[in-house]
Design a protein around this ligand. Structure first.
Ligand SMILES: C[S@@+](CC[C@H](N)C(=O)[O-])C[C@H]1O[C@@H](n2cnc3c(N)ncnc32)[C@H](O)[C@@H]1O
Length: 267
């Protein structure tokens, strides 16, 4: 079954919530291959850029089932930690995990475009969020809210669609075989849609997500207007990944990564 989110959906956020509920229930099949991608390709730049966050308060937006939220708490020692996501089902899963192994993470269902919290944080994270926002106005609203949620001098660290991703350099078969996902379309222009097929599912069960790829200048202009300083960070491969699989295994991905990391620091 193929589910697509069309541009201009009346209630795109609800559509996204259903999609994520669905992907999560099938997630296990592709998880092994995507875990390899996470561990060796995505995590190194996230954890290196976060740096030392032990004892710092952290808000993880678009936290999904709490995969990174728990790691920020357990592996990095952030404390206190809160996770927020649009999907009630994913938040229930995160809470169930918190019950199974309590590590004092507070979860809430919430939409980042309307989120209001009565406290500030030392770090805000969002591992894949901005490409689900639909317009410049939504991005500006969300960045303003995040700016208000951060203490001065503190950062928002986010993984997002690489503005320079080039579909003509992407090998879908290679990507699917190694990492359990591939891309099938990339519209040009600011906010152009990227078609993302995660999970390494069989064709008839394939899922499709449409992500918006925001241009670098556009994001930088909004972020600076809101009061952030920015720096971009390229993904790199973990030393374990290189020794387990060799550099060639990652060369296609690394020449054209689909995501980049952006750190916005409140002046
Ligand atoms: C690719 S998942 C990432 C989940 C998690 N950060 C991770 O990397 O495992 C994207 C998440 O963004 C959430 N999301 C999308 N739009 C959102 C919004 N407006 N407010 C809050 N969460 C949102 C979805 O529900 C989904 O859980």
């Amino acid at each position: 079954m193929k589910r697509e989110m069309k541009q201009g959906d009346a209630d795109s956020h609800n559509g996204l919530r259903e999609q994520y509920d669905e992907v999560e229930s099938r997630f296990e099949e592709g998880m092994a291959r995507m875990a390899l991608y996470h561990r060796h390709c995505q995590d190194p730049v996230i954890f290196q850029t976060l740096g030392e966050i032990r004892g710092k308060s952290l808000l993880d937006l678009a936290c999904g089932n709490g995969f990174y939220t728990r790691r920020f708490r357990k592996e990095c020692g952030a404390d206190p930690v809160m996770g927020v996501d649009l999907s009630p089902m994913l938040i229930r899963q995160a809470e169930a995990e918190e019950q199974r192994e309590p590590i004092r993470i507070e979860y809430r269902v919430g939409d980042v475009t309307t989120l209001e919290l009565d406290r500030r944080f030392d770090v805000v994270t969002a591992i894949h969020l901005l490409h689900y926002l639909q317009s410049a106005a939504e991005i500006e609203t969300v960045l303003k809210r995040i700016h208000a949620l951060l203490h001065s001098g503190c950062s928002f660290v986010t993984m997002l669609a690489n503005p320079e991703f080039d579909l003509t350099k992407h090998d879908p078969q290679d990507s699917k075989r190694k990492f359990g996902y591939y891309f099938s379309e990339a519209q040009s222009g600011n906010g152009g849609l990227l078609r993302f097929h995660p999970g390494g599912f069989e064709k008839e069960r394939e899922l499709t997500f449409e992500l918006r790829r925001w241009e670098r200048d556009f994001l930088e202009e909004i972020a600076q207007r809101v009061g952030f300083k920015l720096d971009w960070h390229d993904p790199f491969i973990s030393p374990e990944g290189l020794s387990e699989h060799g550099a060639d295994f990652f060369s296609n991905y690394l020449a054209n990564p689909q995501s980049k990391l952006l750190r916005l620091t409140r002046a």
